[in-house]
Design a protein around this ligand. Sequence first.
Ligand SMILES: Nc1ncnc2c1ncn2[C@@H]1O[C@H](COP(=O)(O)OP(=O)(O)OP(=O)(O)O)[C@@H](O)[C@H]1O
Length: 256
Amino acid sequence: MTAVEQDQPDFAIRLEQVALGYGDTLVQQDLSFGIRRGDVFIIMGGSGCGKSTVMRTLTGLLAPRQGRVLLRDASLWELPEAHRAPLLRQVGVMYQSGALWSSMTLNENVALPLEQYTRLTAAQIRAVVDYKLALVGLAGVGGLYPGQISGGMRKRAGVARAMALDPDILFFDEPSAGLDPLSARRLDDLILELCASLGTTMVVITHDLDSIFLIGDDAVFLDAETHTMLTTGNPRQLRDHSKIPEVRAFLRRGES
Ligand SMILES: Nc1ncnc2c1ncn2[C@@H]1O[C@H](COP(=O)(O)OP(=O)(O)OP(=O)(O)O)[C@@H](O)[C@H]1O
């Protein structure tokens, strides 16, 4: 390997000149950044700037208007559907609510993607489900229904389900929304543990500054006014050194 190659960061996802929107509404444009493999990467910015919209495009739900999204060096939206679907199985998503089926036990919820997308036997699926629930600190409670457990436990179960197929990349949409501070902190710790132990790349949408500074290795800041990214970088360094007023105000809770 040459010195030049060694210097290239190892990106799990790259965006090249991406523009996004709905109908006549432009949400974001000129998005060019990379998410390094094994990082916890934060998508941040004020309400309505387009964080969830970016996540939709990176997880295969919304085609960009322009530009390329490279996932494992494959151009996600230029692939035929038959090739895009298997690539997207490398991507797990944990939605705000945990998105669990209320009529199914936690075991059944985590088993669902394994039944759908693998050829594992029932016994093998049971073993994987037990392992995933243990990973998120829910060993022994797989027989309960989502309605029987706390909000924090539901989110953990959502993480277990998102991880069922061993994704390379895991997305979290506002993971701490609706949680008390202690449960939110436990979820942050879980994200860090899973990232460190499994090497999974974590992409997290959040407004929560404590969480951003605790878990974020790298970040992009999206702006609603200009409809583009203002900067990228480590959130603590951006807080302390960014020269961009909007970024400083956001990361310093309005103080300049
Ligand atoms: N399905 C949709 N159709 C049309 N416009 C939409 C749709 N979803 C979102 N928008 C608009 O796109 C813009 C960006 O929304 P998005 O939810 O991506 O922002 P966000 O940064 O995630 O917001 P928040 O922090 O409030 O959750 C907003 O103006 C929103 O009203």
